[in-house]
Design a protein around this ligand. Structure first.
Ligand SMILES: [Zn+2]
Length: 217
């Protein structure tokens, strides 16, 4: 199902965007204020969270990669040891190190702008703190890729590198949403206790059994 993305400002999340995000992540999303990157079909790729959550807690990780195809591909890179290799190069390649520091600054500026648009005001608790290991290390490749998708090419050199490295599984110019997350079941909602989940699973299993029975009869 294609995403909405028809609002005047494509950054503003629609109700459908929030539903898709919850399905992509398998849990309800909260405090998402913008959709900074979308698939060519309109579905969210990245969710932007306000720098201060609704409960008052400061939140430094502004850009969260949500698309399961991309998160899985980036996890493959992490498992292959790409982060250690990148961190090493940051220590020896001055040009790369400078570009990465600039990415850190761009991240902070983008977060301030998002906070202003979202009306969360200044968040001094996280001044100078970005995410993903920036500005000198690589601790989470998903963060860097989320930043690259949100900012566009040429802002975060290591996020751009990671995107290039997953081209086999995902590229900006084609939609890979089909089958990437469950679009049929209920949207993950916030107040499911373990007990309720258990009951729901039982009910779902029963329903499936009933349907199977009907098909056979
Ligand atoms: Zn798509």
């Amino acid at each position: 199902m294609p995403g909405a993305g028809t609002a005047a400002d494509p950054r503003i999340p629609t109700a459908q965007d929030l539903e898709v995000l919850s399905r992509q992540l398998g849990r309800p999303v909260r405090d998402v204020v913008e959709i900074p990157a979308r698939c060519v079909c309109g579905n969210p790729l990245v969710a932007a969270t306000a720098p201060r959550l609704g409960n008052g807690i400061p939140f430094p990780t502004t850009f969260y990669l949500t698309h399961p195809v991309i998160t899985a591909a980036v996890s493959r890179l992490e498992a292959a040891g790409v982060m250690a290799e990148m961190s090493e190069r940051l220590g020896s390649d001055d040009e790369l190190a400078a570009a990465y520091r600039a990415a850190h600054d761009a991240y902070l500026t983008a977060r301030r702008d998002i906070g202003e648009r979202a009306g969360t005001g200044p968040v001094p608790e996280i001044d100078g703190i970005s995410a993903g290991g920036m500005p000198t290390r690589v601790k989470c490749l998903h963060v860097l890729v989320g930043h690259s998708l949100a900012a566009g090419p040429g802002v975060n050199p290591l996020g751009d590198e990671a995107l290039a490295a997953i081209a086999e599984w995902w590229t900006r110019d084609r939609c890979n949403c089909d089958g990437a997350w469950d679009t049929q079941g209920p949207v993950p909602s916030k107040d499911l206790s373990r007990h309720v989940k258990h009951l729901e699973a039982k009910a779902a299993a029963q329903e499936e059994a009933d349907q199977a029975g009907e098909r056979q009869s």
